[in-house]
Structures are given as C-alpha cells and as structure tokens.
Design a protein around this ligand. Structure first.
Ligand code: MSP
Length: 640
C-alpha cells in the first residue's frame, strides 16, 4: 500500500512522572499501548505512538533541591531510567516527549495565552488548603480530618493570585458531546461515573496557574506564574505533533488521537478538562479515552511506598521480556483491577507460554525432522478433521481483530491460545507417531505436520504484537519469513524446511524453587528486630556531657573530602569539631543552626585538624543522615 493511502492511528500513554522507581504497574499502560501500536502497524496503519515524561512541578523542585542540582539536571538524569525500561520492554514509541522540550513549552505558552486573550482564562485569587505533594488546592469541606483527601497529608492555608479556566462555560457543550459520542469514554461504565459524579453536580472554574511553583512553564503575560502541571501535561498530546508550531504536518496527519490510554485515576482529567481545553481551542476531540484499572499487589495499588515494589527489569532478567509482556496483556480483565505477583506470572508462563505454545513448537519441529528430515509440503488431502481445524485457524484473524478493536487484549490472546490448544489436541487426535509406523500413511503424516506448522505460523503472526521476540524466534525455527498479516491465510506457505534442532522457547520455571526463593526474599525484607548495645547504668550515661551548640562557621576539610570543619559556639566558649557529614551537607547548610554535640569527648586530630567533640546525627539503613538540630533552646544548654 502506498504510504499516503495508509489509514493513520494515533495512540498515547500518559506521560510519566520521572522516577527511579518504576514498577510493573507503570509498565501496564505502556505495554498495552505498544501492543496496540504494533498490531495496527501490522494491519497496515500508519501509526504514531506517543509516550513521555511529565517533568514540572513542586515535587521535582523539592527533589532537585534535596539532591543539590538544578531541576533540569535532576530530570535529565532520571529520565534515562524510563527510556531504559521502555527499551527493555521492547516499547516502540515514535516520540518520547518531555514537558521540558522547547517545542512543548512554546505550545503550552501559546495555548494559555490564546485562552487568556479570548476570555476563557481570567485572573483572580485563590484561597484554599494546599497540599504540596499533590500540588492541589482543596476547599475546607473537601478536607478529610483536616488533611488532604487524596494523600492524607498535612495541608497549608494559602492565598495567591492565580488564573482560572472557565470550565463551566463549556459544561453543557461537553455533556451534549459525550452523550452523542458514547464511544469516547471506555469502558462504558466510566461514562456514568464521570457524568453523574463530576458533570451533573456542576463544574467549577479551574485554577490553572501557580505562583508558588517555580519549576514550571511561565505564563507569557505574567512570568511570575507557572502553568498548572495538569494543563502543561495534557497539552503534550498535541504539542508532540507540532500543533501551533511552524511545522504542524504531524498534527494535521494524526490528530484527533484514536486512543488516549490512561489509568482510571487520571480518566477525569482526560475526559473533562482535556476535552474542554480542546473545545475552547476549537480542536476536534480525541476519538477514545480508555481508563484501565490498576495492577494491584496484596490488595492495594502497587507502589514504592508500600514496599511491594520490584524493578520490572529484575523480572525481565529472570524470565525475559515476553513473559512480562504476556502477563500484563493477558492476566488483567481489561478495565478492571487485576492482581500481580511473581508466582502468578510464572504460573502463566508455565501453563501458557511453556506448555501450550513452547511445547507445540518443539514437538512439531522435532517430528518434522524425525519423520521428513525437516521438510514438508502443502497438504495433499484435507480430511473433515483438517477442515474443521483449518476453518478455526482461518477465523482467528477476525476474532482477534474484534477483541482488539474492543481494546480487550486478554480476550484477543485467549483467541490465539485457543487455536494453539486446538493444535495440541489435533496432535493427540492424529497421532503422528502412529502414522509414522505405516509407510502407506506418509502423505497423511505430511499433511498433519503441514497443518500444524501452518497453524503455528498463523498464531505467531497474531502474537507478534504481544510477544514480538517470541514470534521472531518461531519464524526462525520454521524458517519462514515474517510476512505479516498479508500471509495470515492458511495455505500461504508452499513448503516448510524447519531448523534441525528446535530451540526451547520458554523453559519451565520450577514453581517450588520460586516459592522458596520468594519466602527467603520476604524473610530478608521483613522488619528486623531492634538490636541494642549492652545495657548501661545511669552513672554510665551521666559521664556523657551532651550540649547544644550554635554553628558559627563551617568549611570543607582541606585534606579530606568526607569531613567538614565546624566552629561551634557553646555558651561563652567556641571550639572546632571535625565531622564526617560532607556527603549530606554543604558547608553553608548548617551555619546558624543549633546542633547537639558530645562536649567531653577526648580531643583527636583528624587529618591534621583538631576535633573537640562529636556532633550528633541520626542515620538510617538507606544511607540518609540528619544532624540533630534544636530550635528553641540556647546554646550551652545540656541535653539529658
Ligand atoms: N503524569 C501523570 C499523567 C499525565 S498525562 C497527561 C501521571 N503519571 S504517573 O507516572 O503517576 O502514572 C502514569 C500512568 O501509570 C498512569 O496511567 C497510571 O494509571 C499508571 N499506573 C501507575 N501505577 C499503576 C498501577 N499500579 N497499575 C496500573 N497502572 C498504574 O499520572
């Protein structure tokens, strides 16, 4: 097909917060989007697949400050982590957009300015309870026990100048549009949730700028203010295509998006705020937004903070990319939450990938070598049994297509595995080993093996979007080119000459050994009982003279990178203390602070500098360290 005649397909994932701690839950959206993109490409579509990173906001500002680097340096460093993870999962995105990319920044600024100039955005002031980690304002009534309703953390009463977006102006138009385009929100059930819970009660104007957040995109007309991250992030779907730039050819070609694939917690942004932004900009709405469920572990959303996190690359190292991809695509009923565990993933690998698929390929290649020196030709005769199997194989493409059109990957994979199981059954029914004993059955044996090889090849084509490297390995073993959907029909191959030695596609994993390994890991991760030093008496303790001191000066030790030299004021005297905290503090960090120190420790000379005492600090197992500081007590005071 000529390139220009191809139908286009534009699929997006959300853009991810930069993180060093991606878990399998993060991989879920991206693997599904990748499988869809691959499937559409195989089907002859001209696909644009977008993913990226959402890099602005207070959290990044704080984390960068803590790491002692600029925000850009901070995100530049950790963004590689996402790219590395996506590469190890075989993600075939066409662009990885970063909200710090110049073209994105320019588009966001232009859009904001346009909405401001046309009166959809206006300046006002905002007073509310602000949750810093969530970067959200809440009204008094929204708070739960005085805390953030989303994360349960402390909130601060804050008032600031801000810009507001008149969402309410577009409410009726959006309601009408969504009712007339019921296909836009998927699954169906989420339509009612959005309309009844958010639209019907009435939309309030949305605060779309922040003066308190510096790490963001400044407004063109008021650079003290930055664009609210949600607006900044949503715009990526069109800025990535060059909307509003000198070259908007991609935008013209691919917009409106065929599919925004998002987790259920951000569905609302994508089906209310985003469509209203587009309406206000006079841009067509996306065709579909699919809100998928969460991958859960032990009953809750997977998260680093809950400790149920494991780097997906560990699974890939142990079981291969396709095992993880297959699990993510097949296990969770689409739209609902689904459980993840390493055991479940291995069970799936053993039962489906090793037993059904791997075994079938292995047996068939082995038999083709054993009975025909590796070569069989197209069926000579077709029995009733063959006919039934062939029809079933030929109906696969449509069945899979229907399921994928409905975005139901698990159901699509079931269709393929049902065919693979049928082929295994066909082997039991035809018993090639028995046919091989009878010279008169040679042709029948050829036909049987050809039928199975054709079936395997057809299934491999259908599986290519889900487990691409496995399909390639199958083509290699069957010694047949990767001809894609054009050759999906049964009988497209005239002759097979398979490899001499079949390669095991998926070695079985010993589930007992895995159980033992996981139990050992759990024991290792379990909280350890506290181990204290041997007991001392109060007299022993009283020997220590611990005091509060004010840090007057602090500088680097001239000869040791790990050490800082502190000048400490304690009541009427001053002293020098050498402390090994240079890894956690810059010299200026503690100047003016009140610290605590052991005042009667015998002086020592550390790399040529005298140290008169020891500054107290607390350190945990994760290599965090904090010097103990005191606020309201005068220096010289004793610590008891
Ligand atoms: N930056 C926003 C999205 C802005 S899009 C304009 C964001 N980022 S995120 O990194 O927190 O999440 C990215 C995606 O990962 C979301 O779709 C989210 O639902 C998904 N997942 C994160 N944890 C998940 C699970 N445990 N299970 C399934 N998906 C989950 O939100």
């Amino acid at each position: 097909m000529c390139e220009e005649c191809k139908k286009t397909y534009y699929v997006t994932t959300p853009i991810y917060y930069p993180s060093d701690n991606f878990h399998v839950g993060h991989c879920y959206t991206t693997v599904i989007a990748d499988a869809l993109a691959r499937y559409k490409r195989l089907n002859g579509y001209d696909v644009f697949f977008l993913t990226g990173s959402d890099e602005h906001g207070q959290k990044i500002e704080d984390r960068a400050a803590k790491a002692g680097v600029t925000e850009k340096e901070f995100v530049d460093k950790i963004i590689e982590n996402a790219k590395d993870l996506w590469a190890s999962l075989g993600i075939t995105y066409d662009r990885f957009i970063r909200t710090t990319d110049e073209d994105h920044v320019a588009t966001v600024q232009k859009i904001f300015d346009k909405l401001l100039k046309q009166g959809d955005i206006y300046k006002g002031s905002y007073e509310g309870w602000y949750c810093t980690p969530c970067e959200s304002f809440w009204t008094e009534s929204q708070l739960v026990d005085g805390k953030c309703p989303d994360c349960g953390r402390e909130v601060k009463l804050t008032k600031e100048d801000a810009y507001f977006f008149k969402l309410s102006k577009y409410q009726a138009r959006l309601e009408e549009y969504l009712a007339a385009n019921r296909d836009l929100m998927q699954p169906e059930s989420r339509y009612n949730e959005m309309v009844n819970n958010f639209l019907k009660p009435g939309l309030k104007d949305l605060c779309v700028s922040r003066s308190s957040v510096k790490w963001g995109i400044p407004l063109l007309n008021d650079p003290q203010q930055t664009v609210y991250v949600c607006i900044d992030a949503l715009t990526n779907y069109i800025s990535a295509l060059g909307h509003g730039s000198d070259d908007d050819s991609l935008f013209k070609k691919y917009w409106p998006a065929d599919l925004h694939l998002v987790g259920k917690e951000i569905f609302r942004f994508h089906t209310i705020i985003w469509p209203i932004m587009l309406m206000a900009l006079d841009i067509p709405l996306p065709k579909k937004v699919y809100g998928h469920g969460w991958l859960t572990m032990g009953g809750g959303k997977i998260s680093k903070s809950k400790g149920n996190y494991k780097d997906p690359r560990e699974f890939i190292k142990d079981y291969g990319t396709d095992t993880l991809r297959y699990f993510l695509l097949s296990e969770v009923p689409f739209g609902s939450d689904g459980n993840f565990s390493e055991e479940l993933m291995v069970e799936r690998r053993n039962s489906d990938l090793a037993n059904v698929l791997g075994n079938l390929v292995n047996r068939t290649v082995t038999m083709t070598n054993k009975y025909f020196g590796g070569s069989v030709v197209k069926n000579i005769n077709i029995t009733d049994l063959d006919k039934e199997v062939i029809e079933y194989l030929d109906s696969m493409a449509k069945d899979v297509d229907d399921k994928i059109e409905a975005l139901n990957m698990p159901a699509a994979l079931k269709e393929i595995f049902a065919r693979l199981s049928r082929l295994n059954k066909y082997i039991d029914e035809t018993m090639p080993w028995a046919l091989a004993k009878d010279e008169a059955q040679k042709d029948r044996l050829n036909d049987v093996l050809y039928t199975i090889l054709e079936g395997i090849r057809m299934c491999a084509i259908e599986l290519e979007c889900a487990i691409p490297s496995t399909s390639q390995r199958i083509y290699q073993q069957l010694n047949t080119p990767d001809a894609g959907f054009a050759n999906i029909k049964y009988g497209s191959v005239e002759k097979y000459t398979v490899v001499e030695k079949p390669e095991i596609l998926f070695a079985r994993i010993d589930e007992e050994a895995l159980k033992a390994k996981l139990e050992a890991e759990a024991a290792e991760a379990a909280p350890k009982p506290m181990v204290y030093k041997p007991e001392i008496t109060i007299e022993d303790f009283e020997k220590l003279d611990i005091r509060v001191g004010t840090v007057l000066e602090c500088k680097k030790h001239p000869k040791a990178d790990k050490l800082l030299l502190f000048k400490i004021k304690c009541g009427t005297e001053e002293r020098q203390i050498v402390s090994g905290v240079a890894k956690w503090y810059k010299p200026e960090d503690l100047v003016g602070k009140k610290i605590t120190f052991i005042a009667n420790l015998k002086p020592v000379v550390l790399r040529g500098e005298e140290s008169n005492g020891m500054i107290l600090s607390a350190a945990d197992e994760n290599d965090n360290l904090e010097v103990v500081t005191i606020n309201g007590i005068e220096d010289g005071a004793s610590v008891k």
